[in-house]
Design a binder for this molecule. Structure first.
Ligand code: DOR
Ligand code: ZN
Length: 346
């Protein structure tokens, strides 16, 4: 039996939703993670400091008794966002980042940004106060192939923006390409990149070969194998710019198994065992703590967690629930398609 004890991990990109779904999925994250950066793409989105405070209170109220979990709130950037409201929400410690969704890029992004010039005053203020901008890095131009949208975004949007505002601290969210990995490495301490669990496990064949697998569909969509390998090398390298951000994104099965299925993989339940599996395959278990527990707090200028989490590798494959039940219907837990022997010790 092999055991691995880490500082308790944090999730630097998480969708908790609201209402009954929040109640059902929050315990899955709170069981293993101490903190998470909470995505603001609710309907309607979390735009103002007051809305973020109310959402944080709903999250805290939905926690199971005795659970300790700190939601780190974000604001959804719109072309009407008020720089003073952002600065006040950051100064109070309520808000830890602002999320940029290019309008139309993903789930509930229609209120996002069409013209970056319109949000420049907000971004300038964020650069002044050191508040990170979390970026969904895909262009939305329908003429750009979906598999190229991240690389084109880096060249045509992100790099020009960072040259214009060199003080702006940016997190490239859920990178999926070798171009994303390479660019993240160039940014020094003003640039971080989150990597999801599922993008370390699947490539685009897993979605499309041998029948379409809606539970593997997410955005940015998984790319070809060379990109998955670049992501694995990055995540397991221990390099400070790569942070765990699961992008665990629950949708009920009825909306995933659909003629126009929603994007998102729900990995909150089994992320830590899957990461132990991946890091062991890469002979890098000694870097799992950097990826999951140290690099994030360093980027976000927060203390590391003092509590611990222990993973145990068993002889027998470990089981995990196939689905989480919610009042709106079941949510399928990400199935990696191979046996996992790691388990988080209770
Ligand atoms: O797969 C995804 N699901 N990607 C996103 O960017 C959004 C997320 C969601 O909210 O469902
Ligand atoms: Zn997301």
């Amino acid at each position: 039996m092999h055991t691995l004890t880490l500082r308790r991990p944090d999730d630097w990109h998480l969708h908790l939703r609201d209402g009954a779904m929040l109640k059902a999925v929050l315990p899955e994250s709170a069981r293993h993670f101490a903190r998470a950066i909470i995505m603001p793409n609710l309907v309607p989105p979390v735009v103002t400091g007051d809305e973020a405070r109310a959402y944080r209170d709903r999250i805290l109220a939905a926690l199971p008794p005795g659970a300790t979990f700190e939601p780190l709130m974000t604001l959804y950037l719109t072309e009407a966002t008020d720089p003073d409201d952002v600065a006040a929400a950051a100064a109070s410690g309520l808000v830890r980042a602002v999320k940029l969704y290019p309008a139309g890029a993903t789930t509930n992004s229609h209120a996002g940004v069409r013209d970056l010039d319109k949000v420049l005053p907000v971004l300038e203020r964020m650069a002044d106060i050191g508040l990170p901008l979390c970026v969904h890095g895909e262009v939305t131009d329908p003429s750009v192939d979906i598999f190229d949208r991240e690389a084109v975004f880096i060249d045509t949007v992100l790099d020009p923006l960072r040259r214009r505002l060199p003080g702006l601290r940016v997190v490239m969210e859920h990178i999926t390409t070798e171009e994303g990995v390479a660019y993240a490495r160039t940014g020094g301490d003003t640039l971080g990149a989150t990597i999801t669990t599922h993008h370390l496990v699947i490539n685009r064949n897993h979605i499309l070969a041998g029948g379409i697998k809606p539970h593997y569909y997410c955005l940015p969509v998984a790319k070809r194998e060379k990109h998955r390998l670049a992501l694995r090398a990055a995540a397991t390298s221990g390099e400070a710019c790569f942070l765990l951000g699961t992008d665990s994104a629950p949708h009920v099965d009825a909306l995933k198994e659909h003629a126009c299925g929603c994007a998102g993989c729900f990995t909150a339940t089994n992320t830590m065992p899957l990461l132990a599996h991946v890091f062991e395959e890469e002979s890098a278990l000694h870097h799992l703590e950097a990826f999951a527990s140290r690099n994030g707090p360093a980027f976000y200028r927060l203390p590391v967690n003092e509590t611990k989490l222990t993973l145990v590798k068993h002889e027998q494959p470990q089981s995990f629930p196939e689905k989480i039940l919610t009042e709106a219907g079941p949510v399928t837990v990400f199935n990696p398609g191979f046996p996992v022997h790691w388990h988080v010790e209770a």
